[in-house]
Structure formats: structure tokens, C-alpha cells
Design a protein. Structure first.
Ligand code: SF4
Ligand code: SF4
Length: 409
């Protein structure tokens, strides 16, 4: 195995944190491709040139996505990375693995690829870094015979992903694992055969803590929430106070809408003004729980800054019940894709098209009524212009909600 001098990469091994360079070098001791990837990267740093050629259509029979072609312009000098394709494997919902499954993934990858992995890519897939064209079909045959499948790439539905949800987390307002598994099965065609203007990502978070950062990274963010009052156990509130928690500064004072009050006795919440941000619930886990009627908010449009600037998702559906077989959600997704398909130019994400065509025409096309929660950014007016009559109706609803304790959102 050729030994490369890597003074520049060595700098990235200094300090107390883990280093990808150290891991690449370890893999390089037993794998020619990984070893050449180290030498290649050092040369890129030294000359300040990226030698990777993106492109060339590579893949496996019957699939349009799942493999990203990579070639080096200096493959003669570094034959191990002359082809260095990336293979994406669809991760399990919530990233739950057995050690047996992880060993299986790594053993197959050691056999055909560089041995380098990225667990997980920002979409969520298991990313297997670096193999050659001839190995693609055998890799796919081995993985698929053991129940694994490729993930999305290119202009298709990217592999849906979710937080650990009810598998490990008491705050999940719906079963994120089941929703994502169900959507992945439903949209196999869209996932494997690129047919869109550009990529479409779906991420499911069980609550507003949003551990998968869906609000910033998914064209469709499904974020768990609830209707009605936060459930308060006043005895536990007392325990927190007795154990030294300064409830007024740590909880009440941090509530973004100032809808909480605490007089040293009872903790009170003006639930009509609660934004379901989860702050108080995550700090006082024993005393506070989400309301009993649970579901999700659907937000649309976030993306990273390719083509035009980055976007966060906007609320489109303030509350949706999420129960199998998720018919309402699936119908909504189909309508969203139809409108996007009719209106997008190549490489336009749905958020960009909504910005261009307007939220009004988007909502009309997907059959969702304008609602006050559909705002462009926090503390701004809604997208819609409301008449005095509409406002009178909202006020009457609000008064009714306060009276009955039943919140329509
Ligand atoms: Fe738990 Fe919420 Fe994080 Fe999901 S997003 S893991 S429900 S805290
Ligand atoms: Fe305030 Fe957030 Fe708690 Fe609602 S969830 S009461 S907005 S801290």
C-alpha cells in the first residue's frame, strides 16, 4: 500500500475532538480505495483544486436514484479513487439498528467499497462512500437480498426520515416511526425513479424540539403538536420548587409568548396563547405534559441555499390527526406534488415556487383554507388579508374556546 505524506491533513487530527482524517487513515491501512482517498484529499488541499467530477449516470437496474456518480480527474495518480461512487441505503425509521444489522452493512461494504461510511447523511440515509461502477450491481444484490434498499438521490423523493419518536421519547405527539415507514412504502416509485423538478424531503419530528431539524431541512416538515391545555400536575410543580427550581425565571420567564404565571403556589398557563414550543414541558418533565388530543403541524418549504437563499418551512396545516393509514396526509402530499409539478422550473424546490407564485395560489390548489397560523415569519402578519368580518369570527371562536376549554386551534 502506498504511503502518503499528509502534512495538511495531519493538522486536522490535532485537538481533543474526533477527526475524520484519523478514521480515513485507519480505513486506508486495509483498503486501497480509502488509502488513495487520503492521498487524493491531501493533494486537493495542497493545490486548492477539487478534482472530483460530478456526474456520469451510474446506478443499478430499475433504479434512477440511490447512487451518486463520482470520478476523479487524476485517477491515473490515485487509481483507488478513479471511480468513487456514493451508495445511499435507506435507513430504518428513527435510526434503530441491531449490532448484527450494522455488521452486515459494514461487511458488505468492506467487500465491495472503500469501507468509509457517513452515518448518516443529512437526508438521513446510510451513506457508503466510494466504490467503482462494476461493483454496483453486486452491492445492490447483496444488500437487497438481506432486506436493505437504496435511498433517494437526484430529483426524487429523498429518503424520508424521522426522530426516534415513541421508540424512546415520551414527548412524541404521534408515531413518527410508523408515519415514515408508511410513507416510505407508499412512495417507492417516487423514491427510486426521479420524476420531480428537484428533490423533495419529508422529515417527521414528534414535537417542536424537532430533533431532526425538519423545520430547516425538509420540504415537508411534520412536527408533532397538540390541541387544548397542557396537562399540569400541581403537586409535581411544588416538588420542583421545593427542590430549588426557580420557576419564575427558568420557566415562566422563558416562555416565548409570556402566557405562563406562577405565584409561588399554582402554575397557570393561558393555553390560547401557548405556541407549543415545548420549553416548559422539557424543563418540568414530571409536572407538565402535552395536551391529550395529539397530532401534528404540517409545514412546507425549507431548504438550504442552492439557487436562491435558504428558507424555513411555513405552517400550512396547523393541526392534522395522524393515524394509520394516514389517508389525509397522503392526499395532501399528492396535491402538493401535483401543484409543484405544474409550476416548477427544473431545480426549483417547492418553497421557491411558493415564494414566486404566492401562498394564496398554493393553498387554493391544495384545498387548504387560509388560517391565522400561516405566517411568513414569526411575529409577522399572516399571508392573508383578513376582513373585519373574519377577525370578528376569530374573536368569537377564541371566546368560545376559553369558555369551553375546547381548542379548535
Ligand atoms: Fe422526542 Fe420531540 Fe425529539 Fe422526537 S423531536 S425525539 S418527540 S424531543
Ligand atoms: Fe410557553 Fe412554550 Fe410552555 Fe407554551 S409550551 S406554555 S409557549 S413555554
Amino acid at each position: 500500500m502506498k504511503k502518503y505524506d499528509t502534512p495538511l491533513l495531519d493538522e486536522l487530527e490535532k485537538g481533543p475532538w474526533p477527526s475524520f482524517v484519523t478514521e480515513m487513515k485507519k480505513a486506508g491501512q486495509k483498503n486501497e480505495m480509502a488509502n488513495d482517498a487520503v492521498g487524493h484529499l491531501e493533494k486537493c488541499f495542497k493545490t486548492r483544486i477539487g478534482y472530483w467530477k460530478h456526474g456520469g449516470i451510474v446506478g443499478v437496474l430499475g433504479y434512477g436514484g440511490g447512487v451518486i456518480g463520482r470520478y476523479s480527474e487524476i485517477g491515473d495518480e490515485f487509481p483507488g479513487v478513479a471511480h468513487f461512487h456514493t451508495v445511499r441505503l435507506n435507513q430504518p425509521s428513527g435510526f434503530f439498528y441491531t449490532t448484527k444489522a450494522l455488521r452486515e452493512i459494514c461487511d458488505i461494504w468492506d467487500k465491495y467499497g472503500s469501507g468509509l461510511t457517513n452515518m448518516h447523511g443529512s437526508t438521513g440515509d446510510i451513506v457508503l462512500l466510494g466504490t467503482n461502477t462494476a461493483a454496483l450491481e453486486p452491492i445492490f444484490a447483496e444488500y437487497s437480498s438481506r432486506g436493505w434498499d437504496l435511498g433517494g438521490s437526484g430529483s426524487d423523493l429523498r429518503t424520508p426520515s424521522c426522530c426516534v419518536g415513541p421508540g424512546r421519547c415520551e414527548w412524541a405527539n404521534y408515531d413518527t416511526l410508523d408515519v415514515i415507514y408508511n410513507l416510505t412504502q407508499e412512495y417507492q416509485d417516487e423514491l427510486h425513479r426521479p420524476m420531480f423538478a428537484y428533490k423533495f424531503k419529508i422529515k417527521a419530528a414528534g414535537c417542536a424540539c424537532d430533533c431532526v431539524a425538519s423545520l430547516a431541512r425538509a420540504d415537508m416538515s411534520i412536527i408533532g403538536t397538540w390541541k387544548g391545555d397542557i396537562q399540569i400536575d400541581q403537586a409535581e410543580v411544588k416538588n420542583y420548587a421545593a427542590n430549588g427550581m426557580d420557576i419564575n425565571s427558568e420557566i415562566v420567564g422563558m416562555c416565548p409568548t409570556e402566557c405562563m404565571s406562577y405565584d409561588g403556589g399554582e402554575l397557570k398557563i393561558d393555553n390560547a396563547n401557548c405556541k407549543r414550543c415545548m420549553h416548559c414541558i422539557t424543563k418540568m418533565t414530571k409536572a407538565l405534559q402535552p395536551g391529550a388530543e395529539r397530532g401534528a403541524t404540517i409545514c412546507i418549504g425549507s431548504k438550504a441555499p442552492i439557487v436562491v437563499g435558504s428558507l424555513l418551512s411555513w405552517v400550512v396545516v396547523p393541526f392534522i390527526k395522524l393515524e394509520p393509514p394516514y389517508t389525509e396526509l397522503k392526499e395532501l402530499i399528492r396535491k402538493i406534488w401535483d401543484w409543484w409539478d405544474d409550476n416548477a422550473k427544473p431545480r426549483e424546490r417547492i418553497g421557491e415556487v411558493i415564494e414566486m407564485k404566492g401562498m394564496r395560489s398554493f393553498l387554493e390548489a391544495i384545498g387548504i383554507d387560509p388560517q391565522p397560523q400561516q405566517i411568513k415569519e414569526p411575529r409577522k402578519d399572516p399571508f392573508m388579508f383578513y376582513t373585519d368580518e373574519d377577525i370578528a369570527k376569530f374573536k368569537a371562536n377564541e371566546a368560545e374556546e376559553k369558555k369551553t376549554g375546547v381548542y379548535k386551534f
